[in-house]
Design a protein around this ligand. Sequence first.
Ligand code: GDP
Length: 475
Amino acid sequence: MILGDIADSMARQVEAVGDTVSEAFFEPVIRLGVTGLARAGKTVFITSLVANLLDRGRMPGLLAQSEGRIVSAYLQPQPDDTIPRFEYENHLSALTAAAPHWPDSTRAVSELRLSLKVRPSGLLSGFQGPRVVHLDIVDYPGEWLLDLGLLDRSYADWSSEMLARLADREEAHDFLYATRAFANRDTWEEPDAQAIARAYTSYLEAARAAGYSDLTPGRFLLPGEMAGSPALTFAPLPPEDSAPRKGLWREMERRFEAYKSQVAKPFFRDHFARIDRQVVLVDALGAIHKGPRAVEDLRQTMTDILGAFRPGRNSFLSRILIGQRVEKILFAATKADHLHHTQHGALSGIMQALVRDAVDRAQFAGAQTDAMAIAALRATVEETLTHDGAPLDCVRGTLLNPDGTRGRMAAMYPGELPEDPARLLNPARQGQDTWLDGEYDLMAFAPAALRLKPGEGPPHIRLDRAAQFLIGDRI
Ligand code: GDP
């Protein structure tokens, strides 16, 4: 074990002891991680979850609520002084304004503490007064979990793998062209490194827009306060037999190692390792709309991301987790309000099938998992229209214009999702370009103007069931 790793595992042990002591003697803390790829719906999920836990009129599926045991819920200063607070109030006011709009998306890690005062259930209920349970919600980009694959890899290995993946991608053309000029050169200037890193970042951005999600390093697309620092100014370069000691290849290798130790590892150690419940949000409908390639890419990326929940896979992670593990993982297909409820079952089936490989492994590691279709914020109402003499189950809402402004009201029929997920996943695995037996149209909706009664949170679909699975057993 190298020195840095010993320090990592010692820091983690001290923290673990601290956690147990405070849990046993003081007030229990649930650390709920919320993750997913960009635009999966993390910000909207947390905002609506918190609003619905504060005003619980729409949360009958949360058992402690339907049993009348939640005495009160309130926000508190979070325990971690160095993590930005999740901007709950700003996000909620975006969603509840007179002309509501979607809030700004997740760009980095943030946290919020919500405390629940609950009466105990069962035998203890007669003897004990209410106790306080803290729910620490940690929001972080799923892209950052992809960095786990980097930690056990050398710069040469990572470069070869990335270059093989992007060789056939049109989006990588300019980047590949830029790298050619630097092969085997023994002198370089900082602007050269920056130009190559910029070209690589532009490739990652274009690849993401084209629907790819195998995009490492995870922090390049969401750099936060680290933008422009040397640890984020590198790119994969083709292997060199005897790379000059002062050449660009060696410098990129050094920066790659700095990224691993100073950017990627601290995230896993300080945030990821402390999570005990996790929800992974997936925009499965968005991928289905983009086509079979996007679905296959999503499936593979989910498998990569979820590798992080199987600590045995990675020696660094096993060390910092020391016996601690995520106890429950919920996979939630978001934005289910784009579908009439008659299709929600099919969407959860697709969600389940998408993460099956990864789930089998997580179960192996002892975590309890579930998959469901949810909408954190319901932006539509259901409507049955008559089309060619037959009833058609649609949803109706205010369309969102491409420039983000609110458009006209419209009814949408997104297509009939198959009951058997294999009918989507097989063509995706086989690399088909388009869906042959169906079309899946999707329109973006603006959030609906809300008129909430006292005690009611924003309208949602199955957010209460998601909360019951994630925290119900601890409150
Ligand atoms: P993040 O990048 O994971 O934080 O994603 P956001 O929470 O910002 O969501 C991205 C976009 O997805 C939002 O701007 C909305 O357009 C859409 N969205 C998210 N949740 C819902 C939902 O429950 N219903 C609908 N109709 N759209 C949603």
